[in-house]
Design a protein around this ligand. Structure first.
Ligand SMILES: [Zn+2]
Length: 579
């Protein structure tokens, strides 16, 4: 009897053990079944299903494996074959200013001189005489005609209003704007471009002279207005599968706002906030040390919602206003388009080599990751030279330094970037919008070095993809378009807005482009172990998308939208569309 009781106990105990072993530790909160899960793991594995518990991915695999994690409270979504990708990460944009850009009035999407003049004319009717008509982020090279309106054209549609077409690094004003600002042929400022023959201002103005313009103070928005606008903007990003972003230029104030939003659980995208180094006066190692000593935190501080990004400086101007610092002068066509009189002019540079050396070496000492706005090949070469020198005294290789924009990369620069483990933070939207103008201005040879993505990847360079979204809210009509699928399509096809295919040999695969918007960008923020791919243990950030990005007809890639976007296991966006 005793023996039988003993055997029974053993059997019962074994059953209990088996039961405990088979029972999952926890059931999933959300399971996505019957889909094509593009994991973007190191083998680019495709799975059927994924399970999420709280804010993390707990399992990825087959439908039957995931079904075992179904409990009474588990929400299950039948994907019906739809594709799921890791949440997209935009490596460079400006949500704080973009979110406010159309709060008071819509910014027009003009493509021709005629459309532009018509818009100005309408403004003169709706705005009182003597008011300013300001068009932000206006780039004449993006008009079909690839030129600024003439002073005569501007004056003829707006004789009594002050017009300012602001292209950030350069712009165009009309006579009324010059008159009220006291700009005449006598104004002695290098930023006021004058006609060589007549000596009269042409209306073309460089950023260095923007301060002369008596533009009205920008309307101040309240903290609440700013936060509400930002929340809306992040929601728009979510509609395109974006779950994380690098805020390109900011300060500790913007970090605070994002932090507040995170604490109030209204943040729907994770933020990596670059901090602009504000320099004034003489720049020396001592002056930079003094500045950085007072900064509360460095790169990486924060949590998975809000983190301090890189320390940033602006090294040059922009390619769309002829102010990018180029290795060689840009030639006759550039001079014509950008109103450059001096044939040896090759752009604007904001720091000397010594100053840069002081900034970068001190930033490196303070353990900041460092990033730089450098749009021309001259500034890319200069910063790489400085990075090399700094690296000789203290390695920068584990700091993930980066170059924002870059645009033109020679083979030598690629090699150097790879050796120094510097990341290339590029904007495919610029290729889409501007490659035609760049080819026209710089010629067939130089254009080969414009966004040479395939050569860069072949050289081992880590490419990060971002939009540089600055103004307007529409994903495709904004400046610059923040639709990441349009960017991916551009990298895959090398096709521009004007329908030309430029240097098709530099096209990359869909998989490579997807990595550029996911895992590569996770690396750039030192977060590759927590996001950028769909793998167990990582944050549950992903998007169910409208088409299979890996196999749909290539032209459909740019029309993809998110059907459902999930951030930290929570559905932050869901379209009305059924799937
Ligand atoms: Zn930017």
């Amino acid at each position: 009897m005793k023996k039988i009781f003993f055997i029974l106990s053993i059997v019962l105990f074994s059953f209990l053990l088996i039961h405990i072993a088979c029972k999952p530790m926890t059931y999933a909160d959300l399971i996505l079944l019957n889909g094509k899960i593009v994991t973007v793991d190191s083998n680019f594995t495709i799975a059927d299903a994924v399970a999420i518990s709280k804010d993390k991915i707990v399992s990825v695999g087959t439908n039957s494996q995931m079904r075992k994690l179904t409990g009474r409270k588990t929400q299950t979504i039948d994907l019906k074959g739809k594709t799921v990708i890791p949440g997209l990460i935009d490596s460079h944009l400006h949500p704080e200013s973009a979110s406010l850009s159309e709060l008071d009035e819509e910014i027009p999407d003009v493509h021709t001189i005629d459309e532009l003049l018509r818009w100005i004319k309408i403004q003169t009717v709706t705005k009182e005489r003597g008011k300013w008509i300001i068009l932000p982020k206006f780039f004449s090279t993006r008009l079909i005609e690839m030129r600024n309106p003439t002073l005569y054209e501007l004056d003829s549609v707006a004789p009594d209003h002050h017009v300012f077409l602001n292209g950030s690094f350069g712009g165009m004003v009309n006579s009324a704007a010059m008159k009220i600002s006291g700009i005449t042929y006598k104004t002695n400022d290098k930023g006021i471009i004058k006609d060589r023959k007549t000596g009269l201002p042409t209306g073309f103005i460089r950023a260095s002279a923007f301060d002369l313009l008596k533009v009205p103070q920008q309307k101040e928005h309240s903290y609440q207005e700013k936060e509400d606008a930002l929340k809306e903007m992040l929601n728009r990003y979510n509609q395109y599968g974006i779950t994380s972003l690098f805020s390109g230029t900011g300060d500790f104030e913007s970090v605070k706002m994002y932090r507040d939003m995170a604490d109030n659980k209204i943040l729907t995208a994770r933020i990596y906030q670059n901090i602009l180094l504000k320099t004034d006066g003489k720049i020396t190692k001592e002056s930079v040390t003094e500045k950085l000593k007072n900064y509360e935190h460095i790169t990486g501080y924060g949590d998975e919602w809000v983190r301090i990004g890189s320390l940033k400086v602006f090294l040059d101007g922009g390619i769309l206003t002829g102010t990018a610092y180029m290795q060689e002068p840009c030639g006759k066509k550039a001079n014509q388009i950008f109103g450059i009189e001096d044939p040896s002019y090759h752009g604007v540079i904001n720091f000397s080599r010594e100053e840069l050396l002081a900034i970068v070496s001190v930033a490196n000492e303070f353990n900041w990751s460092f990033t730089v706005h450098a749009t021309g090949d001259g500034s890319v070469n200069l910063i790489l030279d400085v990075f090399s020198e700094v690296n000789r005294s203290k390695s920068i290789k584990d700091k993930r330094f980066s170059i924002i924009h870059g645009n033109f990369f020679s083979k030598v620069a690629m090699k150097q970037i790879n050796e120094l483990v510097v990341y290339a933070n590029v904007q495919p939207a610029w290729f889409y919008k501007d490659a035609d103008a760049m080819e026209y201005i710089l010629g067939k040879e130089k254009i080969k070095t414009f966004h040479p993505n395939k050569s860069m990847l072949d050289a081992g360079v880590m490419i990060n993809g971002g939009s540089d979204h600055m103004v307007k809210w529409d994903a495709n009509a904004s400046i610059n378009p923040y639709n990441p699928f349009l960017a991916i399509w551009t990298m895959v096809t090398r096709e521009t807005e004007r329908g030309t295919v430029i240097c098709p040999a530099e096209a990359i695969s869909r998989e490579q482009a997807l990595k550029i918007y996911t895992i590569n960008n996770a690396f750039a923020s030192f977060e590759e172990s927590i996001k950028g791919s769909i793998e167990p243990g990582k944050l549950a950030d992903m998007a169910i998308i409208s088409e299979d990005i890996l196999s749909c007809p290539v032209n459909k890639i740019k029309d993809i939208v998110s059907v459902m976007t999930i951030v930290g296991g929570k559905i932050v966006y869901s379209s009305a569309r059924q799937f």
